[in-house]
Design a protein around this ligand. Structure first.
Ligand code: GLY
Length: 559
């Protein structure tokens, strides 16, 4: 028995177009009007229903992100941040940076103890780990490109929070595994915690989150950055060691960034610039591959794999030294992307012999991939790629008391001490040191590709530092090796990030190839999975093929 009446125009509800209690999941599909690929079937369905009601890809991006904030709390969010890369049907490019920023009370050494040792626990969990959230500012900065009123775009998320939705086995397990952390790092009981274990088929209802979303619906961005939501967030900070203030929230702004554009084998690739390292890494690696005839070396041949590994090593070494928030650090973008420079860098390795990362201080790879990406295309020709994150799974595990949303642990993406690895094993230096109001370096790589100046590929993925490499390999699989979109997405991936000097490979990476890499001198590490890539490919006739990653419960929807 529902506590309220279903409205005729309502998109979400039992028996409605998006039924929160019925889970159907489509992994790939061919469409001609519009498509969404995201981490959750209900969120993809919401995006498509919004397009069916007259919205474009930007409307769908807003509605899908908000739906993910409800049905995919592990990474979907209003308490985190991200990047949106868009191209309108008229060819206008949009690079929206709604990355979190360090609170004004943050300082370079805030995670060091008296002896100068890094305290990763503080940058990764609980109140002090959070940057000032940017997602809601990002949604409103996207709105001028959308067609429908904001209240129509947020209503599906409100309904999903109020009706609740049926949990999958994985979602139930995720909440059960995190129960103790939710209790440790939150000060009040949240919807994510109950006395008994969550089971597959249970309904997760989020009333406090619904109220927060209603404040955003009714008051716009001020419904988050000011008033009751801001009060609740700052009160949560004050109950522990948090430092986000009302002024931090009031002054948060999304920023427009100029996307990175370059040619790769006759295609125009568009990537996200700093404060993401993603676009630069994708551009560096693809430029280093440009004069290599990968297609003649063969898909997953030892030669093509080695070239990719060595190019990734170089790009990640540059990342550690040179990349940070461009408002605080002069990032030498032109030099890093200079063809002559990149050609010289690639002469350093010997075919058939593993290269060596000069500094041997190794961190550890984390398998965490808890960011999330959505790719969207509409029949008008609008392309949208959004990658958004809380950083780790369920972010800082701090739920804002009374407001029902999780906060990010994005402060860990700063270099908290030069050379000390973060949760992704990535090291950094001064370029990415903490400073008040500064944005922490990201690896998120929402990417668009045009062929003959027409929409061709929309791609992105979660996966921390593995993000750019997953994007690169998906692009190379499509462009060089001519794999189908499904194969390009699902084929096993591998990753090198300079430090640690280790090649991470997915567990189903061919054994013979693993043996050859070890014989060349590489150290391998098996990972369960790398990324959750959401891919849309548009062919010359305008047919849309959407592919959700088989590695998770990701799903496409389209019409
Ligand atoms: N938090 C993951 C990233 O921004 O790269």
């Amino acid at each position: 028995m529902l506590g309220f009446a279903l409205q005729a125009q309502q998109l979400v509800g039992p028996g409605k177009a998006v039924d929160p209690y019925k889970r159907t999941s489509q992994k790939s599909g061919v469409f001609n009007q519009g498509a969404v690929a995201s981490a959750h079937p209900l969120a993809s369905q919401v995006g498509v229903e919004i397009m069916k009601r007259g919205g474009n890809a930007f409307d769908a991006a807003i509605a899908t992100q908000l739906a993910l904030a409800v049905v995919y709390p592990i990474a979907g969010n209003i308490g985190g941040g991200g990047f949106l890369l868009g191209r309108t049907a008229k060819g206008e490019l949009l690079g929206l940076d709604f990355r979190e920023k360090a609170p004004m009370a943050a300082s370079r050494d805030m995670y060091l103890d008296k002896q100068g040792n890094a305290q990763n626990e503080l940058s990764q969990n609980g109140h002090l780990a959070s940057g000032v959230p940017g997602t809601v500012a990002g949604l409103f900065a996207t709105l001028p490109y959308a067609k429908l009123p904001f209240n129509e775009l947020i209503q599906p998320a409100i309904d999903l929070a109020e009706f609740g939705f049926t949990l999958s086995q994985n979602e139930a397990t995720g909440l059960n595994w995190t129960k103790q952390s939710f209790q440790k790092y939150s000060t009040q009981v949240s919807a994510f915690v109950k006395n008994t274990e969550w089971q597959e088929g249970d309904t997760l209802v989020q009333k406090e989150l619904a109220s927060t979303l209603k404040r955003i619906r009714d008051k716009g961005a001020k419904g988050f950055y000011r008033g009751k939501t801001a009060q609740l967030l700052v009160a949560e900070m004050s109950r522990r060691n948090g430092i986000i203030s009302k002024k931090d929230l009031r002054e948060y702004e999304a920023k427009n960034r100029t996307p990175i554009r370059f040619n790769y084998k006759g295609n125009e690739v568009i990537g996200f610039p700093p404060p993401s390292s993603g676009g630069i890494i994708v551009a560096q690696v693809l430029n280093m591959l440009a004069d290599r005839k990968l297609e003649t070396l063969g898909f997953q041949s030892e030669k093509s794999v080695q070239i990719l590994i060595e190019a990734e090593r170089i790009a990640f070494a540059d990342r550690a030294e040179h990349l940070g928030d461009p408002d605080y650090w002069q990032v030498p973008v032109e030099k890093l992307l200079n063809t002559g420079y990149l050609t010289t860098r690639m002469t350093d390795f010997t075919a058939g012999k593993a290269g060596k990362s000069s500094d041997t201080k190794a961190g550890n790879f984390s398998e965490s991939s808890e960011t999330t990406h959505l790719s969207i295309y509409d029949k008008e020709g609008n392309m949208v790629a959004v990658t958004t994150t809380l950083n780790g799974a369920y972010g800082s595990k701090t739920v804002v008391g009374g407001a029902g949303f999780l906060l990010n642990n994005e402060m860990d993406d700063f270099s908290i001490k030069a050379g000390v690895p973060n949760m992704y094993g990535a090291v950094g230096s001064k370029a990415n040191a903490i400073a008040p109001n500064k944005r922490m370096l990201s690896s998120m790589s929402p990417t668009l590709v045009l062929k003959d100046n027409k929409p061709y590929i929309i791609v992105g993925t979660p996966g921390g530092t593995t993000i750019p490499t997953s994007v690169i390999q998906t692009l190379v699989n499509l462009i060089d090796f001519k794999l189908s979109p499904v194969e390009a997405n699902s084929s096993p991936k591998f990753h090198h990030q300079w430090l640690p000097d280790v090649v991470a490979v997915e567990k189903d990476f061919p054994q013979a190839l693993q043996d050859r890499l070890i014989a060349m001198g590489y150290t391998l590490r098996l990972l369960d999975s790398i990324g959750r890539t959401e891919l849309i490919v548009i062919d010359a006739k305008g047919t849309i093929q959407a592919v959700a990653d088989i590695r998770g419960e990701d799903a496409v929807a389209g019409f």
